[in-house]
Ligand binder design. Structure first.
Ligand code: SF4
Ligand code: SF4
Length: 307
């Protein structure tokens, strides 16, 4: 089984529409939307959920008001101002302390210092994970709760479920819509992947983002290809990006032209290769052919490192 992850230096580069097209072009694959902070692949692939599970990324503190003596120690030491003096009274004190579950970071310092052992920890549900069916095959995706963190952990779980689904359904390719940027979620998206396709745009920020993202894929020894999306909006910067890619030994997988048909396709909840037969579709088909060719090359090993 091979895992191909499609990433970008920032959101809005057209990464998701490329993933949706790849899903339509791939023979038998499982699609994973690992961009859990801004998941939108479902808007194009229109999944029907067949299984869902709760995701817990950590624990939160809670004061057991019956045990609290209102000493105030926990409020004094909480660095996140998550504790307030407005909890219910008990037989000993008229008011106790209370923890705001949204402000609490789950660091456990308050529980450590509470002499009354009045603070407990309970896992909290941060989001949901779904295994679905789409017209392009199985899809694993997730929804993170509002203001919830630990998305790196959820990304890892999405990838794990996608691999399991591929194994069970005898599919030998997992296509991952990775998180943008260079933080924890993107690291969770790329580690151990066989191939990364970095989607960038010919802008100055696209140029700098490419440097940062390719540093990351090199660090994690993931074979990396480059795609320049909307290359014709600035040909000079496209040439600069290609020169940068050459200097870094990164292979250019393709240029994709700017075309309003991509937006029209999205409005109809279709990928561009399903919506249009020519124009930008030819670019995306060629891009996919180059990805497949690289994936089949002996340089891409089953462990995700270049030999
Ligand atoms: S440290 Fe414990 S006993 Fe003191 S106010 Fe906090 S919860 Fe109550
Ligand atoms: S676990 Fe940490 S963040 Fe949460 S209330 Fe206790 S001290 Fe504050």
């Amino acid at each position: 089984m091979k895992e191909v992850v499609i990433i970008s230096g920032k959101g809005g580069t057209g990464k998701t529409s490329i993933v949706a097209s790849f899903a339509a072009l791939a023979d038998k694959c499982v699609v994973a939307d690992a961009d859990v902070d801004a998941a939108d692949l479902h808007l194009i692939l229109d999944p029907t959920i067949v299984r869902r599970e709760q995701f817990s990324g950590g624990s939160r503190a809670r004061i057991m008001s019956g045990h609290c003596t209102a000493c105030g120690k926990c409020e004094e030491i909480c660095r996140f101002d998550a504790i307030t003096y407005d909890g219910p009274g008990n037989g000993r004190v008229s008011r106790t302390y209370r923890i705001d579950p949204i402000a609490c970071e789950g660091c456990a310092v308050c529980a450590y210092f509470c002499a009354e052992h009045a603070i407990e920890f309970a896992p909290v549900v941060n989001g949901q994970l779904f295994v679905s069916e789409t017209r392009c095959g199985p899809m694993v995706h997730a929804r993170l709760g509002v203001a919830e963190e630990n998305s790196g952990k959820l990304v890892s779980l999405v990838r794990e479920r996608a691999r399991e689904t591929a194994k069970n359904r005898k599919r030998d390719l997992v296509l991952i819509d990775g998180s943008p940027g260079i933080g924890c979620p993107v690291i969770a998206s790329i580690t151990g992947a066989d191939l990364a396709l970095v989607v960038t745009e010919p802008t100055l920020s696209g140029l700098h983002d490419l440097e940062r993202v390719s540093d990351l894929t090199r660090h994690f020894r993931v074979e990396t290809l480059i795609c320049i999306n909307k290359w014709d909006i600035n040909e000079d910067l496209t040439l600069e990006i290609e020169a940068l890619a050459r200097r870094r030994g990164l292979k250019l997988a393709g240029r994709v032209r700017y075309d309003r048909a991509i937006t029209e396709a999205q409005i109809r909840r279709q990928s561009i290769v399903e919506y249009a037969a020519d124009g930008v579709t030819a670019d995306v088909r060629q891009l996919w052919a180059n990805v497949v060719e690289t994936l089949r090359s002996p340089n891409v090993t089953a462990t995700g490192t270049s030999s």
